[in-house]
Design a protein around this ligand. Structure first.
Ligand code: SF4
Length: 169
C-alpha cells in the first residue's frame, strides 16, 4: 500500500480491534467521548500519573503519542486506564511504531503503562508486524467506507463504551 495514505489515528486502530461499529461512528464524526465518565476518568489518571513526562508529548499528525523517551531509538509510551483491552492497546502502539518508521524515525520499542494496575507492557515490532499493520489499515479502510455502521456487538464492555446510549438506548 502507499504509505502516504496513512491517515488513521491510534485510537481508531484500537477501536478497530474493540468494535468496528465504534470505529465507523467515530470516523464519521459521531462522538460522545467527552461526555463519557470512563473516558474522563482515564484522562484524569493520565494527568495525575505522568504530569512530568507529559511535558514531552509528541504530536505528529495524525498520530498523537502520550509521551516518549529515547534509548537506542525512540521509545513510544502509551498510558491506559485498564488492561482489559490489552490486545487493542498493543496494536495501537504497533501502529505508532509503524507510522514513525514510515517517517524515517528510528524506533526501539513501545511501552504501555497501566498505572492503576502498576503494570508495564513492552511492545516489540518486527517485520511480521509490518505486514499485520498493513493488513489492519486495509481492513479499517473497508470498514469506514461502508455506507451504514456495522451492527452492535453485544459485548460486556459495551456498558463502559461512550456509545452505549447511542447503540442500545
Ligand atoms: S456500545 Fe458496543 S456496539 Fe456500540 S460502539 Fe460501543 S462497543 Fe460498539
Amino acid at each position: 500500500m502507499d504509505l502516504r495514505e496513512l491517515k488513521f489515528r491510534g485510537t481508531q486502530v484500537a477501536y478497530y480491534v474493540v468494535c468496528q461499529r465504534k470505529l465507523w461512528l467515530f470516523t464519521k464524526g459521531i462522538s460522545f467521548e467527552k461526555e463519557s465518565e470512563y473516558v474522563q476518568l482515564g484522562k484524569l489518571l493520565d494527568e495525575i500519573s505522568f504530569s512530568r513526562e507529559k511535558g514531552e508529548e509528541f504530536a505528529y499528525e495524525p498520530v498523537s503519542i502520550d509521551f516518549f523517551s529515547t534509548g537506542e531509538g525512540l521509545v513510544v509510551h502509551e498510558i491506559k486506564h485498564s488492561s482489559a483491552l490489552e490486545q487493542a492497546h498493543i496494536l495501537q502502539v504497533k501502529y505508532y511504531i509503524y507510522y514513525l518508521k514510515t517517517k524515517g524515525i528510528k524506533v526501539s520499542h513501545g511501552i504501555i503503562h497501566y498505572p492503576k494496575q502498576k503494570k508495564l507492557l513492552k511492545v516489540e515490532f518486527d517485520e511480521k508486524d509490518e505486514e499485520l499493520i498493513n493488513e489492519v489499515v486495509r481492513k479499517m479502510d473497508e470498514v469506514v467506507r461502508k455506507e451504514i455502521p456495522p451492527k452492535v456487538i453485544n459485548k460486556p464492555y459495551c456498558k463502559k463504551c461512550a456509545y452505549w446510549e447511542y447503540c442500545y438506548g
